[in-house]
Design a protein around this ligand. Structure first.
Ligand code: ZN
Length: 273
């Protein structure tokens, strides 16, 4: 299934099941509304159905608890920034307030002159999970979506830790929906592509992760309890680089979909120091 969170003009967000038609045009893509939150409990169809083009897609999950990122999980990306692949996964947090949805603007704060995209596969946790053995990780995953781990590269280098570099509002686009039908093997063998306007800037495969998804989730669950709705960003492949106001950045993971966002500059209201 593909589970989307969306809103019709002037209405509250709801969840729905996306049904993609291969012969788009003849039978347009639709979304069938469901009751409640599929991460929380059983859901039912309400009978309402809309053309996908008529709804505004939102981030498919707003983590109540946490987003955990993994640094340097593709060897070619570690090398391009002059880093070694760490002996253990290098982890960081992004606040849930950094999440935005498809089409929402990524806002460059005035504090950075080097705003980078990082296309990533995101794992959405579905169960309370602690000390999960690698061979049971599949049981705690709700599904997969696409993320852009937006990073102020200059702040990442100049500050001791990455809270500001990766945690600013709008620095975590997620979407377009959550795919629940992948198993770990499928999630770990998808093409991942980032496009800046019309230029492909990252083109890799989730098969090239240094630590595969099962290892990452197991490792993370040994230090912190994972909760339903937590999101794990699995690292970015090579090709990171700057993006500027006026550009559109799109991250696509095959089998899931494409997440596109425009970039804008923060326009300080009144006194800008
Ligand atoms: Zn990243």
């Amino acid at each position: 299934m593909r589970i989307a969170r969306y809103a019709l003009a002037g209405e509250d967000p709801v969840f729905g099941i996306v049904e993609l038609e291969v012969d788009a045009g003849q039978h347009p893509d639709t979304v069938a509304e469901i009751t409640g939150d599929p991460l929380v409990g059983p859901v039912h169809y309400t009978g309402q159905r809309h053309h996908l083009s008529d709804v505004r897609l939102l981030a498919p999950v707003i983590p109540r608890s946490k987003i955990i990122g993994v640094g340097r999980n593709y060897a070619a990306h570690a090398a391009e920034l002059g880093n070694e692949v760490p002996e253990r996964p290098l982890l960081f947090f992004k606040p849930n307030t950094s999440v935005i949805g498809p089409g929402d603007p990524i806002v460059r704060p005035a504090d950075t002159d080097d705003l980078h995209y990082e296309g990533e596969l995101a794992v959405v946790i579905g169960r309370i999970a602690k000390d999960v053995p690698t061979d049971r990780v599949g049981e705690v995953i709700f599904g997969y979506t696409v993320a852009n781990d937006v990073t102020a590269r200059d702040l990442q280098h100049s500050e001791g830790q990455w809270a500001r570099a990766k945690g600013w509002d709008t620095f975590c686009p997620l979407g377009p929906w959550i795919v629940t039908h992948f198993d770990l093997a499928e999630a770990g063998d998808q093409q991942i592509t980032t496009t800046l306007d019309d230029t492909v800037v990252q083109d890799s495969s989730t098969a090239l992760m240094v630590r595969p998804i099962a290892d990452l989730v197991s490792y993370i669950s040994h230090f912190t309890t994972l909760l339903p709705g937590d999101v794990i960003l699995t690292g970015t492949p090579a090709g990171v680089g700057p993006m500027h106001a006026g550009q559109w950045v799109s991250v696509e993971v095959s089998g899931i979909g494409e997440l596109s966002n425009p970039v804008v500059d923060d326009t300080p209201a009144g006194d800008s120091e």
